[in-house]
Ligand binder design. Sequence first.
Ligand code: KIV
Length: 269
Amino acid sequence: MSAQAPVRRITVPLIAARKGGEPIVALTASHVQFAQILDAYCDVLLVGDSLGMVTHGFESTLPVTVDLMVAHGAAVVRATKRALVVVDMPFGSYEESPQVAFRTAARIMAETGCQAVKLEGGARMAETIAFLTARGIPVMAHIGLTPQSSNAMGGFKTQGRDEDSWPLHHADAQAVTEAGAFSVVLEGMVEPLAAEVTAACPIPTIGIGASKTCDGQILVMEDMLGLGDWAPKFVRQFADLRATVDKAVSTYAKAVRDRSFPGEDETYQ
Ligand code: KIV
């Protein structure tokens, strides 16, 4: 008998089976209280390495460590019951060899309890994806604009503006599919290319700034909630939490300064 009641989460095969079906709702998550809210509505919660930029203030995702991903990944798993939790493998933790990637992915899965990992790269990472999936580690791939390669790409550049490059993106999608990835993020790809890749690819595509025809969509939670002082141009802001927090904190500061806080029923008696 198990010591704990089983948690019934959306599984990797269920997400893989959503190709061409009901769109997959995904957001990034890195924080317990937000993850609890997101869990009711999202099929996939990605503990993305973008947390290095939005939560930790780095200028890129490159300084993010495995320790950081493990800490946030474990928090999101503890906070949730329903969504499939995927944790990003950070820059430098997997590219060297399939064996290094396996050790990192196994550590992330064991220490967080997540259901899958994500890594960036298409054809060049196919051997690694095959190595991981053959050993029981589900992999979400990530092609198009891959922020961990932003130095090599010359910045965060939309991919596919030049139609001559399209065959390379198709080849990336095909390579990660054949290697066994259960889904693939298409980031920052021009719309007609993302639509073509989605139509051709037998695994679900999850778009970010890509195409509404993708099999699912993902956004960085802080961007879509309007928490930051900046968000990429393609992001629709579904709320203006920065203004809401600003108002709450300025009201609190005023109440402290004019001694109207705490009130009588807001102190221990
Ligand atoms: O790190 C991240 O948030 C991501 C998404 C943008 C897909 O990889």
